[in-house]
Design a protein. Structure first.
Length: 351
């Protein structure tokens, strides 16, 4: 390896994927941490004195996020109170193991930890949901429930911010995915470093410009404890395609990640494009872009034996409800106890 390109006098031990610089360990740590500090400062991510919940999954991204936020908080006196918030989706052989890693981090970093489970919040574990719906579409349930579970956890903890470990690769993938799907509403907001949650708790992404490869390197050289197994259930297929595409492009030119993020930030969605406004779910009162939020629709489906309710378009939801109503008409007409009949059950109204 050549000499460290900062001319610190040490030998380089790595080549930074983001810049191509050959750096020694110390200079890499400094560059990596300074960039995150710069991101936090430039976007004014946190008000001094506030409490931040770190969405902690035990994976590399959130582990590095917790470590670096603690370090920068002390180094630059952000005056933040940091807490860990973990969601236990109930996935045997995956989340149970990764939560042990979070508990280890809780001790190592001296941060309080709150764990909330799908079972307690929704009455279902992901293992049970997959047994009900199969492996296709289970990521939809998991993603929608996790998003809300993190909101609920943040509210319960009364924090000022929720920080997640989404990195530059995640954001670039999401930009690609939204372009491929023609999802302009999401394209419009997916690059935001602070997500406006209506009057909810803002979500922030301090690792927005941090490359995944560098996060892995940083965790390795800092000897951080993290959990690296993939989820045992089918990965999100569509995101998988965007990921493969991005990785292929990155091999040709690593700057593609930043280029895609910058394109996403700069694209201005035509004002005539339909973008949903945020409101409150009439059932659970959490932030939603529809009258009834996706989590409530999915949950109703599960509880009423219609697990596919809420998967796909709202027209499909309406059709499923209609079919179900037809199926159950006879029982109501036949004097069955109406309250026990699913066609009269309190299903959400879908616009
Ligand atoms: N079960 C969970 N509990 C708390 N936060 C979570 C959980 N799952 C994901 N998150 C948050 O959302 C971010 C992005 O999640 P994603 O599923 O994309 O995982 P990832 O990219 O593998 O990140 P990580 O390496 O932290 O697991 C995580 O970095 C974390 O902050």
């Amino acid at each position: 390896m050549p000499a460290c390109s900062t001319k610190c006098g040490k030998n380089a031990i790595l080549k930074r994927p983001k810049t191509g610089d050959a750096l020694c360990k110390t200079c890499f740590f400094e560059a990596f941490e300074n960039e995150i500090h710069f991101t936090i400062e430039r976007a004014k991510l946190f008000r001094p004195g506030s409490t931040v919940a770190i969405g902690a999954s035990g994976g590399k991204d959130s582990t590095v996020l917790a470590y670096v936020l603690k370090l920068l908080n002390e180094k630059y006196n952000y005056q933040l109170k940091l807490v860990l918030l973990s969601i236990d989706e109930g996935i045997t052989g995956y989340r149970d193991d990764s939560l042990n890693t979070v508990k280890q981090n809780q001790e190592d970093y001296g941060m309080p930890l709150k764990i909330m489970s799908y079972k307690d919040l929704y009455g279902w574990t992901m293992d049970e949901i997959v047994a009900e719906i199969g492996r296709k579409n289970n990521c939809t349930f998991c993603g929608v429930f996790r998003r809300q579970a993190l909101d609920r956890g943040a509210n319960l903890l009364k924090v000022d911010y929720l920080a997640t470990g989404h990195n530059a690769d995640d954001i670039a993938e999401t930009v690609l995915m939204n372009i491929l799907r023609g999802d302009l509403a999401r394209l419009n907001r997916c690059t935001s470093i602070i997500t406006d949650c209506g009057d909810g708790i803002p979500r922030v992404k301090p690792l927005k410009y941090t490359f995944e490869k560098e996060i892995v390197m940083y965790a390795y050289f800092r000897k951080l404890v993290y959990f690296s197994t993939e989820c045992v259930f089918a990965p999100n297929a569509y995101r998988g395609h965007a990921r493969v595409l991005l990785k292929d492009l990155e091999k040709i030119d690593p700057t593609v990640i930043m280029n895609i993020i910058q394109s996403g930030e700069t694209i201005k969605v035509n004002e005539t494009a339909k973008t949903p406004s945020l409101t409150r779910c009439t059932q659970c009162n959490y932030v939603s872009s529809q009258e009834v939020c996706k989590a409530c629709i999915l949950l109703e489906g599960l509880n009423k034996g219609l697990p596919r309710l809420g998967i796909g378009k709202s027209s499909k939801v309406k059709r499923l409800l209609k079919e179900n109503e037809e199926k159950n008409k006879s029982c109501c007409r036949n004097d069955t106890q109406e309250s026990a009949c699913i066609c009269k059950a309190n299903l959400p109204s879908i616009k």
